[in-house]
Design a protein around this ligand. Structure first.
Ligand SMILES: NC(=O)c1ccc[n+]([C@@H]2O[C@H](COP(=O)([O-])OP(=O)(O)OC[C@H]3O[C@@H](n4cnc5c(N)ncnc54)[C@H](OP(=O)(O)O)[C@@H]3O)[C@@H](O)[C@H]2O)c1
Length: 169
């Protein structure tokens, strides 16, 4: 394992930026082709990738709905999500729970086990669904259910629910 020292004025929160931030950016742009006004659903909005996805989607002018658990609702709202859905109390894949009955143009799944066919019921017919990971089965992980910005100083922050100290080498 290669460990890099953290820089004081950046802090440990920035360590997730290179991979998690670029993963979110790639999902939104390369694969999601997000445009201003798009309705974006980020399932796993309080996580490493999802936190960036929420902030970047907002920076691209999208209307963002973030999905997370009860304890992270406030966090996801503070990241700029227009709407936050608590997956412990609300089924975000139920068309009856769509805001104003409007489906999403882009769905990015990072957590949970909701199947692709179910997610399609809340996705516009011309929309895009991306499964970047999420929980899954014992053998295939999430694969078993897959059918398928600019970051300036201070404009984007990492979501860090827990930190594990690493002893100096
Ligand atoms: N981190 C990276 O750099 C990276 C890069 C590429 C791909 N990936 C993949 O992307 C996926 C997410 O990675 P991550 O680092 O963002 O994970 P993470 O930090 O553990 O976040 C997981 C997210 O999923 C949410 N979640 C958990 N159970 C859920 C459920 N039943 N329904 C809906 N949401 C649920 C969590 O919400 P609560 O915490 O509020 O419960 C949290 O927001 C993983 O499969 C990972 O392999 C990660």
């Amino acid at each position: 394992m290669l460990c890099a020292p953290t820089v004081d004025h950046v802090g440990g929160r920035a360590t997730g930026l290179p991979v998690a931030g670029l993963t979110a950016l790639q999902a939104l742009t390369t694969h999601g082709s997000v445009t201003p006004g798009d309705r974006v659903l980020v399932i796993g909005a309080s996580g490493g990738v999802g936190g960036y996805a929420v902030q970047l989607a907002k920076a691209f002018g999208a209307h963002v709905t973030g999905v997370c658990s009860t304890g992270n609702v406030e966090l996801v709202g503070s990241l700029g999500a227009d709407r936050v859905v608590d997956y412990t109390t609300t089924d975000y894949s139920d068309p009856d729970h769509l805001e104003g009955g409007r489906r999403y143009d882009l769905v990015i799944q990072l957590g949970g086990t909701t199947g692709v066919s179910r997610l399609l019921t809340v996705t516009e017919p011309t929309g895009t669904g991306l499964v970047l990971g999420g929980d899954g089965g014992r053998w295939l992980g999430p694969i078993g259910r897959v059918g398928a910005g600019v970051i300036g100083p201070g404009s984007c922050r990492s979501c860090c629910v827990r930190q594990t100290p690493v002893e100096p080498i």
